[in-house]
Each structure stands twice: as C-alpha cells, then as structure tokens.
Design a protein around this ligand. Structure first.
Ligand SMILES: [Zn+2]
Ligand SMILES: [Zn+2]
Ligand SMILES: [Zn+2]
Length: 764
C-alpha cells in the first residue's frame, strides 16, 4: 500500500443507544460493514451498542449514511454519536461477545408480529419448523411479555425452561444467521407445544389441537386461545348466535368486539380502508385499528351494535395464522379473555377457573406469559395515527421528553390506568392496566409498577398521583414511605401529557374535555380550559356546575343528567315540559332524583363535558342508560356523522372572576325547540357537536386576547370523538391557532400518567 492510499484510511468509534439488543442489530452491522469493505468490531455495551470501523473514507461515509437508515425493523435509535479513533490492524470485521455484554440501560423491545421470513418457513413442508406455532427470529416474536428481568437473555425470560436443541443452538450462535441471539428461538424438538383442554381443564388427547379448535369455532363454539400478552376469546364473527352466546356468557351486553381478519385483502370486504390504515394494520405492532365499516358485509350485527366503526386487526402470532389455516372462517371475534373489566387472563389454570362457563375449549401452550399486555387500539385521523390504547407492540418503547429529569414514578388515574416512569429524558408508559376497581386489577397494578421499575433498574424517590382521594392509585401512592409525593390535578395532567409528547415548554391554552376528574375545589371537573405550563395552571373557563344526582349512578344512567340540566334551567316542575323524554320517565324515580338534587344528597357538582354529552343523548332519545363507559356519547356521535346540517347550537359565556363560565341555557332552549319540532337526531347531534367546537374556538380567541398565547393543547377522553375533534381542530386552525394534540399516548386517562410525571419533574 502506498503512502498516498494510507492517508485515506480512517477509523471511527460509533456509540448507539436505543432498542439495539435482541433485535438483530449486531448481525446487521456485521453485514453492513462487510458490504462496505470495513474492518473492526461491534459489541453490546451496558448502554447499547458500540462499533469501531476502519476503511477508506468513501466507504466510511457510505457506512455511516446507511447505518441509521437500514436498521433492523425492531431497532429504535435514540442517539448515535461517532468520533475519530486511532487506526488498528483488525484482520476482518467481528461481532465481539464479551462478558461485559450484559446490558443495563439497554431497552427491552416490545412484542413483534411474526415476520414474513418466519411465515414462509412455517408454510414450507420441507422446513424443520413446518407449521410450528412458536416460530420466531431476531426480527419477530415475543419480547416484553416474556421478560422477567434484565439483561434480556434467555435465562431471564419464560423461555428459560426450554433447552435449545443442537440445530437451534447452532442458529443462535451463528452471527450470520437470522436467529443469532434470538432469545425465544425454538422448534418442534425443543420449544413450547400446543395442547387442547376441554371446558373443565382436562387435556384432550388429540393429535391436532389446532384443527380441533378450529372445528369448535366452525360449529359456533367459543375458543379461549393463549396469545402473546394474554388469552383471547374467539368465535366466528359471521355467526350471529355464536357472537350472542359469547356476549351472554361474558356479560358484555353491547360494548363492541374487535375482529381479527385472516388477511389484509379480506379487510377491504368488511371496511373502507386507506393507505395509512393499511400500514398500521401491517405494522409490526399489529394494533387494533378502528375502521369505518361496510354494512351488509356478513359480519354479525352483534359484533359492534350501533357503531359505524369496527376494530380490526390482523393475525400476529404464528398460532393465529395456523388457526385461520385450519378452519373455514375468515374473520373472528377476538376479545380479551376476562370477565367484564377485570385484567386479561394469562395463566393456563387461571384461564380454566376464570373463564368457566365462557369458553367451550382452551387452546393453551407451555410458554408462560410473564407480563400481561392487552392489544393496542389506534385510529387514523387525517393521515395521523392516534393512540386509543397503547399497549402490546408499543410498550415499553419510551416517549422522548424534552429535558433530563430526576427519576419519577407516576401512578395514573382510576380508569384505563397506565403508570409512567421517567428516567433521564425518556418516559416509559406501562401497558394498559385497566380499571382499578377490582381485586385482580389491584394486583396487576402492583405488578406493573414493580416490573417497569425492574426492567428500567430504577427506584424512583418522587411519586406523582391524581388528587382524587378515592382513586386506588392515589391511595396506593399515599401509602408509600420515604418518597416525595406530588399530587397533580387531573386535567393539568392531561394538558401536561399533551405538552410533553409535543415537546412544548412554557405556557399553553389547554382544552381538557372528559368525563371525570377531581378538581382543586372538590367538584368533579371535565369541561375545562386551562392556562397551563408544567408546574402550574389556572382555570380560564369551565362548563357551569350541575348536580350529578347519585354520583356514579348518574354515569350509568344518563337520564339523570338530563333531569339535572332541565331542573336547573326550567325549574323542578318538569312535568310541565312537553317532552317525550319527560313523559317516558318513571314518575317515582324522577321524584327521587329531583329530591336528591334539591337536598344536595349524594349529588356532587360537576362541570363534566362527558356528562353534558350524556344529558343531550338521553334528551333526544339516543339512550337513557348505558352498558359500557361513554356509550350514550358514542352513539350520539355516531348519529352526527350521518348528517350534513350546517347549523350550530349556542352557549352562554358568563364572566367569572378573571375567566368565564360556560352556560348552557341557550343550548337547552335550542335543543328543546328542535326536539319539539321533531328534528332528526342526526341533525341535532351535528348541531350540538358544531356548537361545542364553535364555543371552544370562540373562547380560545378571547383567552388569546388576554393572555397573548397562541398555542393550544387538546386532551381528555372526549377527543376520542372524531366528530368533535375534527370540528374543533378545523375551527381553531381557521382562527390561526397553533394546535397540538395526542398521537403517541392516548388523549383519555391512559395518557395522564405521562403528564403527572412531567408536572412532578418540574415541581421537584
Ligand atoms: Zn421472524
Ligand atoms: Zn430446536
Ligand atoms: Zn380524564
């Protein structure tokens, strides 16, 4: 080599952090370095991956350019730093396995849908994993749900009880193999196996459990099948009586079921589908995607009654693919196996006990699910993906936050609970823990806290909680010793959460609309406009207070809220109102509710937007009682899509201190007029939605005049309502506001733990 050529040789040291272990990252670097004719090495480090590469400058440039662009599908880079290093004399490029391989800060990957390479092998009769239900590689398979502890290696997962056979071990040890260090690597000879159990838990002695399970579904039965993050209950989604049977047994009256569709090509028969939705369906996280359904497509009505959307997902485990292959069905109801709102079942024996009387047979296997993790739910809204339930496939990928913070634990709310740990500049939200109202959820909550702390190796000394004294999560936090506790108001947490994921700092106008959140005055808030930054907030406007007669009972029975509004505006003599709503009321129950309001018995005051939706829904006859959370509001929303009406209902803005109270007298006058005029429900719904959008846009303008703030954050469960969300977003943008909303975490209470953590970070 001449002197001139030598000067061109460079060596770089590259440090990478993020999800780079257990995802095929080192084999990828190995291949890339070889393609670029570079020598050197790659190694795991406690923080991620460390690379040294050496070669001519041009090859180096190519390598560094391709590296971040071509990373394996599961890898996620949070930082990449390269610097010049001293030249060395490596004979080739190597993957270094050292004892310091042990990662500490490296992140655990989420669970990943089976990849195309594995599917091809699974369908190949000559492959040694032909039809093996647990095939996986470094690009796919279970991760988060099988990890007991870190560092992530087989011994610390539920695969530890399976010893790899010679063939699997050889793959595992070969840097050039797709299964190099694939921790759940397995095959027919050495890995997990399927079993079919009858309803009483006894093992059925049959050769082909899958075929038998498919036969049960074909005959209208209900199958409990063990998945990645828990059991599902499955039945044929085209079989009306099977779906009804499942509803009865599960005591789930009307809440929509999600369906798993055999292939992407089949989805278009059931739903309208646009490109970004397709990408979500096919993404490795394989979430449930809410899609506008085509009616008359053969899906049983009882799958999602009174709903124009259908939650759809594609098979994501090899087992799901094989189930479709074995049976004569192309769409299955696939719903979390639990009783009402309890956590999803994960253990075989537990399944038999808790699903007694629900499932006809159990398709189980012997790979333990260490962490339960429900399916995630997303929707695409004007080209953007919005999270409704962020769980399997996304957890534990962190949400990046703007600045470094102390380590913090935030325990979330009561319903749709998640918890959040902030470490450095990353926020880790837990999987969906659910509604903390029963013993099972209580246990799960504790486990989720413990597991997240363990895999992140933290013991937070700062703990944030909701102000509601009755929330389980609040009581849990207040029982902790030796920690600094920070109580965070519910809607402040909503807005802070939206600010955090949008990397905002300073003050914003926050519009927080939801069902229930404990206010600093002890009332139940939920129709709030805040001026907020991370550390504090002031209430700029809110819906007027009304009694919530019966507390939680009023949430289950929306008619009570209608009575509350009518009594406020038109006095206690409701019978004088010429309204079908009033004529249909049981006079005795009406009297009881009126007395509760009058004497202020068990009738907390509320400014909830969700309850206003309820009141309107019951008034117009959409429904007076609900079978699941927010059902009345959802059905009112559904009606609104059908209308093209352009009008909008008025609200009253009443000055209140330095802000405003939002009065509803004009709204109800207009509603009563339209109801009496026999207006169509769909048009009334549309006018109500547009009225709310116009109200909050007008209000924001007034607040902008006073505060000089132009940034708006939208948060709260009401923004799951796309009709309201779309109208308000449009109205605000028309008025040239800079509007931010949630995409990474849910707008509902599943997202508040992030906000709590950020508020605590700024207050301590
Ligand atoms: Zn694979
Ligand atoms: Zn094997
Ligand atoms: Zn909320």
């Amino acid at each position: 080599m001449t002197e001139a050529a030598r000067v061109d040789v460079v060596r770089k040291a590259v440090e990478i952090t993020g999800i780079v272990q257990g995802v095929g990252f080192r084999p990828f670097v190995y291949r890339l370095a070889n393609e670029c004719n570079l020598v050197g090495f790659v190694a795991n480090t406690p923080a991620g991956v460390s690379i040294e590469v050496q070669g001519d400058a041009e090859s180096m440039e190519r390598f560094l350019e391709r590296l971040p662009k071509e990373i394996p599908p599961l890898a996620k880079l949070t930082a990449i730093a390269s610097r010049d290093a001293e030249l060395k004399s490596d004979p080739a490029f190597r993957i270094v396995s050292s004892r310091t391989d042990a990662p500490a800060k490296a992140l655990v990957s989420p669970d990943v849908a089976v990849c195309d390479d594995c599917l091809r092998e699974m369908m190949n009769a000559r492959d040694r994993r032909f039809r093996y239900p647990f095939i996986n590689c470094t690009n796919c398979g279970p991760r988060f749900t099988i990890v007991r502890d870190i560092p992530y290696d087989r011994a610390r997962t539920s695969m530890s009880s399976f010893k790899m056979c010679g063939a699997c071990q050889a793959e595992y040890d070969d840097p050039a193999n797709r299964r190099f260090h694939a921790q759940p690597n397995a095959c027919w000879d050495c890995g997990p196996q399927l079993q079919l159990w009858s309803a009483d838990g006894s093992r059925k002695d049959i050769l082909e459990p899958l075929r038998e399970a498919a036969r049960v579904i074909e005959q209208g039965g209900v199958l409990a099948v063990k998945g990645l993050g828990g059991f599902h209950l499955a039945c044929n989604a085209k079989d009306e009586s099977a779906v009804n049977r499942l509803r009865q047994r599960k005591e789930r009256v009307e809440k929509p079921f999600a369906v798993m569709v055999r292939r992407i090509e089949d989805v278009e028969r059931f739903c309208n589908l646009i490109e970004p939705e397709k990408r979500q369906l096919l993404s490795y996280a394989r979430p449930i995607v809410l899609l506008p359904r085509k009616f008359g497509s053969g899906i049983a009505n009882s799958v999602a009654p009174h709903n124009r959307f259908l939650g759809v997902f594609l098979p994501y485990t090899p087992l799901h693919h094989l189930l479709f292959l074995s049976g004569r069905f192309d769409v299955l109801v696939m719903t979390s196996a639990n009783v009402s709102e309890e956590p999803i079942v994960i253990d075989n024996q537990e399944a038999v006990q808790r699903l007694r009387g629900i499932a006809d047979v159990f398709l189980v296997h012997d790979r333990e699910i260490v962490r339960r993790c429900d399916d995630s739910v997303v929707r695409v809204f004007s080209g953007q993906v919005l999270q409704l339930r962020r769980s399997r496939g996304f957890v534990p990928v962190p949400v990046a936050v703007e600045r470094e913070s102390k380590t913090i634990l935030a325990v979330g709310g009561e319903l749709k609970n998640t918890i959040c740990v902030v470490r450095g500049s990353e926020a880790f939200l837990s999987q969906h823990v659910g509604d903390l109202e029963n013993l099972e959820s209580y246990k799960f909550f504790g486990e989720a806290v413990e597991h997240l702390q363990r895999i992140l190796e933290v013991q937070p000394k700062i703990v944030a909680y909701d102000l509601h004294p009755d929330y389980f999560s609040t009581k849990w936090a207040l029982g902790l010793q030796d920690v600094h506790l920070v109580g965070v108001q519910h809607h402040h947490a909503h807005i802070a959460s939206c600010m955090a994921e949008n990397h905002l700092d300073g003050k914003v106008i926050g519009i927080a609309l939801d069902g229930t959140g404990y206010g600093t005055d002890g009332a139940i808030w939920g129709g709030e406009v805040l001026l907020a930054d991370y550390s504090c907030f002031e209430r700029a406007a809110h819906l007027e207070y009304l009694p919530l007669p019966g507390g939680a009972a009023a949430i289950r029975e929306p008619w009570r809220m209608t009575v509350s509004y009518l009594a406020k505006h038109y006095g206690k003599e409701l019978s004088g109102l010429n309204l079908r709503f009033v004529r249909r009321l049981d006079p005795r129950r009406l009297q009881i509710v009126l007395q509760m309001i009058d004497r202020e018995i068990h009738s907390p005051r509320t400014s909830s937007c969700g309850r206003l939706f309820d009141a309107v829904a019951a008034l117009v006859g959409v429904r007076s009682t609900v079978n699941y959370e927010a059902q009345a509001a959802i059905e009112l929303e559904m009606a609104g899509y059908e209308s093209t009406d352009e009008a909008s209902y008025p609200f009253d803005l009443l000055p209140d201190g330095s802000g405003w109270q939002i009065g509803t007298r004009s709204l109800f006058d207009a509603l009563l007029r339209d109801v009496a005029g026999s207006f169509a429900v769909k048009d009334i719904s549309r006018r109500f939605h547009r009225g709310l959008a116009t109200l909050f846009a007008d209000l924001s303008e007034k607040i902008r005049e006073r505060s000089k703030l132009n940034r708006i954050c939208l948060s709260g469960g009401c923004f799951q309502n796309s009709l309201l969300f779309g109208m308000l977003l449009g109205a605000l943008r028309e008025r040239s506001f800079e509007v931010h909303f949630h995409t990474e975490v849910p707008p509902g209470d599943g997202g508040i733990s992030l906000g709590q953590a950020l508020v605590a970070a700024h207050r301590s």
